[in-house]
Design a protein around this ligand. Structure first.
Ligand SMILES: *[C@@H]1O[C@H](CO)[C@@H](O)[C@H](O)[C@H]1NC(C)=O
Ligand SMILES: *[C@@H]1O[C@H](CO)[C@@H](O)[C@H](O)[C@H]1NC(C)=O
Ligand SMILES: *[C@@H]1O[C@H](CO)[C@@H](O)[C@H](O)[C@H]1NC(C)=O
Ligand SMILES: *[C@@H]1O[C@H](CO)[C@@H](O)[C@H](O)[C@H]1NC(C)=O
Ligand SMILES: *[C@@H]1O[C@H](CO)[C@@H](O)[C@H](O)[C@H]1NC(C)=O
Ligand SMILES: *[C@@H]1O[C@H](CO)[C@@H](O)[C@H](O)[C@H]1NC(C)=O
Ligand SMILES: *[C@@H]1O[C@H](CO)[C@@H](O)[C@H](O)[C@H]1NC(C)=O
Ligand SMILES: *[C@@H]1O[C@H](CO)[C@@H](O)[C@H](O)[C@H]1NC(C)=O
Length: 399
């Protein structure tokens, strides 16, 4: 009798908790891809299971979490996770690994997507958070043998608000590792993006037509640009990124085929380049229009970097000054850049003779040659601005 009373009492006390926990659970529903038929054995095509669970996640109430569990490897064919979705925020806990088909022939392109543009795409989703420490392996090696063929981007984000990509590894993409296009308010943090230094066009993160992007605390070791900031982008902060091997952190290229393109408010800070073939780079094509302005490269270390500072308005030299038009480059500041260059011409400011580059400021720069027997120098064409405390000295800028 006493025991029964105790049990009854416990139920009475516990029930509000149960109710409360249930309500919380309903507000934050959890989905596990294993419950939708995924095998996670690295061999079976799990694409259909991912599409099924996504349909439910996208249509859930509250703020759902999709778990992709640890210790498993999921083989995915080219796949699109589409919005618009019901929840204001969706978390994808990628604890396990995603792997692409391991030969070009094994990729199955859906009819609606024959352009081979991407492997995994998230489109029209707001508040998407992807984290969990997992790895995304694009198995790019077979593709790299055909460097002139179009090759898919491993992870593509299109038309989004409030994207967060945190604590993930992305390796060996066929083409670029990640692209973000048409997004406002994105955070990329604690990412490891890795591919061989000689893998063609395996950019780390490509940004286009996007605003308010933070990229921080990440390493990028690839065969092309660590980060490329393309047309239509503004308010992009890159902080604490280790780049190299790779082609540096690049604004552009801009203005290809006469395009009008704009980029502004780009701040690259506290980054390091090690053995990369460029460092702080701005590249524009002859004949384009628009602008690249309000750009800072600050507190950057170079280790045996080729072209540590390069501003190049003749990106394709075959078209040197053949037109009277260029993407205008202005208000660019380089501050506290230190380290070593693998080439003697450590600072190149090569601007177009029609528009030139204006208000270029270099201050507190010390870049020596990585070959102790050699000296570095700076070269300029049509560059205007000021410099102070610079080694090498920059003769074309006011002191
Ligand atoms: C989405 O959920 C609503 C109710 O929660 C349901 O009526 C509807 O059928 C679901 N749609 C899909 C595509 O699952
Ligand atoms: C990354 O995710 C793993 C797995 O969830 C976790 O153990 C680790 O602490 C995370 N690291 C960071 C830097 O958040
Ligand atoms: C980005 O979002 C912010 C905050 O919602 C808004 O003020 C801004 O206009 C948006 N920018 C663009 C380019 O859509
Ligand atoms: C981006 O960097 C600029 C310049 O350092 C700084 O003023 C701004 O607050 C930063 N924005 C964010 C969102 O961190
Ligand atoms: C600056 O970079 C160093 C070296 O990568 C890192 O340890 C430090 O946390 C970074 N500081 C900030 C504010 O990002
Ligand atoms: C650059 O090197 C200096 C001196 O070794 C160090 O204090 C600073 O943290 C380094 N910065 C980065 C971004 O690695
Ligand atoms: C640069 O990379 C080389 C080769 O990977 C490595 O041995 C060296 O420690 C790195 N140096 C710095 C300063 O990160
Ligand atoms: C730029 O240089 C080209 C080739 O040297 C020349 O034909 C053209 O007139 C120059 N334009 C200006 C504005 O100086």
């Amino acid at each position: 009798m006493k025991d029964m009373f105790a049990v009854f009492f416990m139920l009475l006390v516990a029930s509000p908790y149960c109710l409360c926990i249930r309500m919380i659970a309903d507000a934050n529903p959890n989905f596990n891809v294993m419950d939708y038929g995924a095998k996670g054995d690295g061999q079976t095509d799990d694409s259909q299971a991912f599409l099924k669970v996504w349909k439910n996640v996208c249509n859930a109430t509250g703020t759902p979490t999709l778990l992709i569990p640890q210790g498993k490897t999921f083989l995915l064919q080219p796949i699109s996770f589409m919005g618009a979705c019901n929840p204001t925020s969706i978390t994808v806990e990628l604890q396990g690994d995603l792997v692409a088909p391991n030969s070009m022939d094994a990729w199955k392109w859906p009819d609606s997507n024959t352009n081979k543009g991407y492997w995994i795409r998230f489109s029209d989703i707001n508040g998407l958070v992807v984290n969990g420490g997992g790895q995304i392996d694009g198995q790019g090696a077979p593709w790299w043998k055909y460097p002139n063929n179009p090759r898919p981007v491993a992870l593509s984000f299109h038309n989004c608000r409030g994207l967060q990509l945190i604590n993930l590894t992305n390796i060996n993409s066929p083409g670029g590792h990640m692209s973000v296009n048409g997004c406002n308010g994105s955070l990329f943090s604690n990412l490891h993006i890795i591919a061989p230094g000689d893998s063609p066009n395996t950019d780390g993160i490509d940004i286009s037509s996007s605003s308010n992007v933070i990229i921080q605390h990440s390493e990028m070791r690839t065969g092309d640009d660590c980060i490329a900031i393309n047309g239509g982008s503004s308010f992009i902060n890159v902080t604490d990124v280790a780049c190299g091997p790779g082609h540096g952190i690049s604004i552009g290229s801009l203005g290809k085929n006469g395009a009008y393109e704009t980029v502004e408010e780009i701040h690259v800070k506290n980054c390091s380049f090690n053995g990369s073939s460029n460092g702080a780079r701005i590249k524009t094509w002859v004949g384009g229009s628009g602008y690249a302005r309000k750009i800072t490269f600050e507190n950057i270390n170079f280790t045996a970097t080729a072209n540590p500072v390069i501003m190049d308005q003749h990106y394709d030299p075959r078209y040197a000054d053949t037109t009277n038009s260029a993407v205008k480059v202005s208000d660019v500041t380089y501050y506290q850049l230190y380290g070593t260059s693998a080439v003697e011409n450590a600072i190149q400011l090569d601007c177009d003779n029609s528009s030139g580059c204006t208000n270029i400021v270099l201050n507190d720069i010390n870049i020596a040659s990585s070959d102790p027997g050699k000296k570095t120098f700076a070269s300029c064409n049509n560059a205007h601005g000021i410099s102070s405390s610079c080694t090498p000295a920059i003769p074309c800028l006011l002191n």
